[in-house]
Design a protein around this ligand. Structure first.
Ligand SMILES: Cc1cc2nc3c(=O)[nH]c(=O)nc-3n(C[C@H](O)[C@H](O)[C@H](O)COP(=O)(O)OP(=O)(O)OC[C@H]3O[C@@H](n4cnc5c(N)ncnc54)[C@H](O)[C@@H]3O)c2cc1C
Length: 285
């Protein structure tokens, strides 16, 4: 299907892009990789007057790694993450999760900013942002603001972004070398959106007790979520089969996923418990 007619602009600066968005009172949309937006236009789920293409904003394409963590520019593509060997050490959870995103062709164009702004509840990058307490850098007519992932995702395909705002960077806090982690998801076919997925990490104190457990889940709510009750089961305890069973059971009880054509909610809840159990075993190995 052909998209509706739209005007097209390709600004050279973020300020110019913001000003173009602001000029249309909500009738302009950013286009980044186009992998979610173009299908939405084709299906008439969106019909903006103007598309503001970010492709010339080269500075948004950088992956910056420093002592304070990993900063992903909004134009960083999945294939850029895959091919950046530094991330295997600097953020192995991110590197692993992105391997599950879509297919080769889509990974060549799809971007971090597009995925996070699109806010699909089953998408990997929003799940990682939520699990890792990412900070979003957002630029709009009113200036620059930083927002925590927990406040950024507000519902299915919904975020706190205003009509004249552009997400420019996702900042993942520093990753200690000894951190334990795992990412697991289940999809019917490789490259499909996950039916459900679990991202987790934790540190160990001098007594091998779990501290700072973070567990995120995708595909089980209207947005990516943290499984805080299961995290509380883990914190302060040493890993054991009994603890893994208790955390998995708590995860299952604490969520109420919606049913759809792909799976009933109860199946998704059971899936999360299974993925969490496997992830915890893997992280401890
Ligand atoms: C067949 C298929 C399978 C897929 N499977 C997966 C999958 O398994 N996992 C997964 O995570 N994704 C999957 N995707 C989605 C893919 O990862 C997209 O690339 C991604 O969701 C959107 O990124 P984009 O750069 O293409 O954004 P676009 O399509 O260009 O934009 C998406 C939305 O975000 C807005 N936007 C884009 N960039 C910004 C910005 N910087 N600031 C503000 N708003 C912005 C746009 O206005 C639009 O509303 C799949 C897509 C397809 C077509």
């Amino acid at each position: 299907m052909k998209p509706p007619i739209f005007e097209y602009a390709s600004p050279l600066t973020v300020a110019e892009a913001v000003s173009l968005l602001a000029s249309r009172n909500g009738n302009a949309k950013v286009i980044s990789g186009g992998q979610s937006l173009m299908p939405m236009l084709a299906f008439r789920l969106a019909a903006p007057e103007l598309l503001v293409d970010l492709k010339h904003l080269k500075d948004l394409g950088a992956i910056r790694i420093g002592e304070d963590g990993v900063r992903l520019g909004a134009r960083v593509r999945w294939c850029d993450i895959e091919s950046d060997a530094r991330l295997a050490v600097s953020h192995p959870l991110l590197a692993e999760a992105i391997k599950h995103v879509a297919h080769y062709q889509i990974r060549n164009r799809g971007t971090v900013g597009g995925s996070v702004a699109h806010a699909d509840p089953s998408a990997e990058m929003p799940g990682i942002a939520m699990t890792c307490d990412a900070q979003m850098k957002i630029v709009g007519s009113a200036g620059t603001r930083i927002e925590a992932a927990a406040d950024f995702f507000t519902g299915p395909l919904q975020t706190s972004l205003e009509q004249d705002e552009i997400l420019t960077e996702v900042h993942l806090p520093a990753w200690p070398a000894a951190r334990r982690w795992a990412f697991l998801e289940f999809a019917r076919r490789k490259g499909d959106f996950a039916m459900a997925g679990v991202a987790l990490y934790y540190d160990l104190d001098s007594g091998s007790r779990i501290t700072d457990a973070h567990i995120g889940a995708i595909g089980v709510a209207d947005r990516p979520i943290r499984l805080t009750e299961a995290e509380a089961v883990l914190n302060g305890n040493q890993m054991s089969d009994k603890l893994i069973a208790a955390a998995s059971a708590k995860a299952r009880q604490s969520i109420d996923p919606p049913s759809d054509i792909h799976a009933p909610g109860a199946y998704r809840a059971a899936l999360v418990a299974t993925l969490l159990g496997r992830g915890l075993k893997k992280s401890a190995a």
